[in-house]
Design a protein around this ligand. Structure first.
Ligand code: CDV
Length: 315
């Protein structure tokens, strides 16, 4: 199977709170048509791509938010997207809110092959924000209220001639996300995001939001010798500005395609997955160079444990 793929990041502009699933799906179908015209094999949609970013709204009774969750994937309203993609032979990644039959809620993404079959599922591990209303914030970020931490780990799947891994938004800021997947051979890591242009818990100069967005994906593309595709939901959504900057980064860490708007926009790049080999066989040949005897606390400790104070150390 060819290892040369044309991939697309299908950025979405804002989705209003009252916008229907059908409307969001139609917008994605329009982007899929463009992707087909440009010869794409695989397209990456954003995190929570079917609705507004609802964790910005506080609701005492979580079940009152059920309208934002999908009980099946595909379901009646999302099936047209799967049908359009399979008609065009395009695989995709789609982020959505999942409500399981036994009542669990996850921030989820699925991987779909070129026949429209769901081949993989990922549930967001690193949930940012808070679980209770916090009045000092300009917008709430209640992911910890509306979702449980993902229980599936960081999987990878053989698809489209390569090894593909999935992540969601805040996961992209954590090196562990990429390293676990690259230890399973990931050559292409795909993720969607909803990132407000301000830090709602502390002051941070505005421009740093975009800088960190790209820094994390580019640095980890390089350090794990893989392609990274990050797709935004962007623009002013119910008064909250979400950054765009959807991009495709190659294993050198360079961005090879970058969105220029904060609207529905498809960016594409034709990539050769073999480019991921060079780093994996040289500087980042893990079998040869990793020193796991020194990495133990990464997997056994969460918070920081400081060294003894100087005065104590001198005793
Ligand atoms: N949806 C997200 O995970 N957003 C976070 C924000 C809260 C910082 C992000 O990492 O972009």
């Amino acid at each position: 199977m060819s290892r040369i793929l044309t991939i697309g990041a299908a950025q979405l502009g804002p989705i209003a709170p009252e916008e229907s699933r059908a409307s969001a799906v139609n917008r994605m179908i329009e982007l899929l048509k463009q992707a087909g015209d440009r010869g794409c094999n695989f397209v990456v949609f954003p995190e929570l791509a079917l609705t507004t970013f609802f964790p910005r709204y506080y609701e005492e009774d979580i079940s009152k938010m059920d309208r934002y969750y999908e009980r099946e994937m595909p379901g009646p309203e999302t099936r047209p997207l799967f049908e359009e993609a399979s008609k065009r032979g395009i695989g995709f990644y789609l982020g959505y809110a999942e409500l399981t039959p036994d009542g669990h809620r996850y921030n989820t993404a699925v991987l779909v092959d070129e026949t429209g079959k769901v081949t993989g599922k990922y549930r967001k591990v690193h949930l940012p924000g808070h679980s209770e209303y916090e009045g000092q914030r300009p917008w709430q970020h209640l992911e910890k209220r509306y979702f449980e931490p993902g229980d599936l780990g960081f999987g990878v799947w053989r698809q489209h001639g390569g090894i593909i891994g999935m992540a969601l938004c805040n996961d992209r800021r954590w090196p562990e996300t990429y390293r676990v997947m690259s230890l399973k051979g990931a050559e292409l890591i795909v993720l969607g995001y909803n990132t407000p242009d301000v830090n709602t818990s502390a002051f941070e100069p505005n421009h740093l939001r975009m800088f960190h967005n790209h820094l994390t994906m580019q640095a980890n593309a390089y350090m794990n010798s893989c392609f990274v595709v990050g797709t935004a939901k962007a623009g002013v959504e119910d008064g909250c500005m979400l950054i765009g900057g959807s991009c495709i980064a190659q294993p050198s860490g360079e961005i090879v395609s970058l969105a220029t708007t904060v609207e529905d926009e498809l960016i594409t790049s034709t990539i050769d997955l073999d480019l991921a080999k060079m780093g994996k066989e040289t500087v980042f040949n893990y079998a040869r160079h990793r020193r796991i005897e020194h990495y133990g606390i990464i997997a056994s400790q969460t918070g920081v444990e400081l060294p003894p104070e100087l005065a104590d150390a001198a005793e």
